[in-house]
Design a protein around this ligand. Structure first.
Ligand SMILES: Cc1ncc(COP(=O)(O)O)c(C=O)c1O
Ligand SMILES: N[C@@H](CCCC[NH3+])C(=O)O
Length: 432
């Protein structure tokens, strides 16, 4: 079983020492529950490693992994910076009173409205992704008579080992300027012509759920190759190097993630090596972890409903959620681990497949998992759903969105209310 979960005397799964079965009685299912201590522990693993090495750094929580007012407030308490990719994520951060100067905005198609809002609220930095955006940004800055720090997102041509859909640093990518075909240089030269725009450095993000450090260190080498070239040819200085997020976490026993501090150490060592070799100034290092801060701190609790046994084929056990609260299995064939929360150590086991309740054959949460024999109304806990679970949840089949509870210091606290049917239809207008 995956940290930080344990089992109490009743054989019930606990999270942050609270009985998950009791939580479902109080809040219903499906229910996301986060152990806030674990979120803090993950955040500190990054922050403290930089501190111990005396490195100037910003650890920006990639709020796309799970954005809510309470979560942004935890990020603020942990002195993280924040990565947002939309007006919605920015709005949430503003509502959480997150310090604006520590907000960075991403996006491969930032709209005029998004850029205007970012400039209006004086966020810390915009990560420029394409030529279209440069013109929009210059226009908005002139109009609002403001200045803005920017990073240039480049794709370093790295094929990280992960699912194709979550690969982002390769040449054939919708994100960023290509380093090798001259577009990145063209972008930086163009950005440097605007007095209102201050180019602070480069950004790259090679992908997500990555278990090795090689992809990151190779990317750093390529970035430094470029930085040295630009420094020699047109005196370009990179005060900041943002190497993105993407650090892998444990979903099942087959995943062997590195300790989070190992990623940071590898990044620092490689950057130190390159700085020395190329005789350059040590940049401030920024990273953008999302999944590795919240992923393994969260789980989802479901109630079991129908059970369909097809003799000699399979036993389908259906729960009261599915691809509406966890799209990842359907989208990436992502694998998860689970237990029966009210009978974790049950001796009599059977192999089942855990199905969601959407009208899609592909709405399966886990294929072929061995669990204690299940009964209707048992509670299933699916682990490591803290990242890209709630944030990618949707209204397919008009299922209302689940509730989210934070657990800390032996207390549970509702941080996102369960949607009502009324909430769900609030924007529907009558045609009668
Ligand atoms: C630019 C950028 N930064 C950070 C992240 C966060 O990645 P992860 O949640 O894998 O740490 C992503 C998502 O892949 C991203 O696209
Ligand atoms: N949503 C993806 C990762 C993409 C992250 C953003 N670039 C996941 O669930 O794994």
């Amino acid at each position: 079983m995956i940290h930080p979960f344990a089992v109490n005397g009743d054989g019930h799964l606990t999270i942050g020492s609270l009985d998950t079965v009791e939580l479902t009685k109080k809040y219903g299912t499906p229910l996301f529950v986060y152990d806030v201590d674990k979120i803090r522990e993950n955040a500190r693993a990054f922050v403290d490693t930089f501190k111990e090495r005396g490195i100037q750094a910003q650890v920006a929580y990639a709020s796309k992994a799970f954005s809510s007012i309470a979560m942004i407030q935890v990020a603020k308490q942990e002195n993280l910076s924040l990565d947002v990719v939309s007006q919605g994520e920015l709005y949430t951060a503003l509502q959480a009173n997150f310090p604006v100067e520590k907000i960075h905005m991403h996006g491969n198609n930032k709209s005029l409205d998004e850029i205007s809002m970012a400039v209006e609220y004086n966020i810390g930095c915009i990560v420029v992704d394409n030529f279209y955006e440069i013109d929009l940004l210059a226009h908005v800055l002139k109009e609002q008579k403001k200045e803005m720090d920017v990073l240039i997102r480049v794709s370093p041509g790295i094929e990280a080992h992960t699912h194709d859909y979550i690969l982002t640093g390769n040449e054939d990518s919708k994100f960023g300027f290509d380093l090798t075909n001259g577009q990145a240089e063209e972008a930086v030269r163009k950005l440097m012509t605007f007095d209102e725009i201050h180019v602070k450095g480069l950004h790259c993000h090679i992908g997500s759920q990555i278990f090795e450090t090689d992809g990151f260190t190779m990317a750093i080498e390529r970035l430094f190759h470029t930085l040295k070239d630009w420094a020699d040819r047109f005196d370009f200085k990179s005060d900041v190097l943002n190497v993105g997020g993407g650090f892998g976490i444990k979903y099942t026993e087959n995943d062997e993630p590195l300790p989070l501090s190992t990623y940071v150490t590898a990044l620092i060592d490689k950057i130190s090596e390159q700085v020395k070799e190329k005789e350059m100034v040590f940049p401030e290092i920024w990273i953008e972890p999302g999944r590795s801060i919240v992923g393994d701190a969260g789980l989802t609790l479901y109630s079991i409903g129908s059970v369909k046994e097809i003799p000699n084929v399979r036993k389908y056990v259906s729960v009261d959620g599915g691809m509406t609260d966890n799209l990842r299995p359907a989208l990436y064939n992502a694998k998860y681990d689970a237990v029966i929360a009210n009978n974790v150590n049950g001796k009599e086991k059977e192999e089942i497949s855990l199905a969601g309740k959407c009208c899609e054959s592909g709405d399966m949460l886990i294929w072929d998992i061995e669990l204690p024999k299940v009964n209707q109304n048992d509670i299933v806990a699916v682990f490591s759903t803290g990242a890209y679970g709630y944030s990618m949840s949707n209204h397919y089949n008009r299922f209302p969105k689940a509730a989210v509870v934070f657990v800390e210091d032996g207390q549970d606290r509702l941080v996102i209310k369960r949607e009502s049917f009324k909430d769900m239809i609030q924007n529907d207008l009558s045609y009668e």
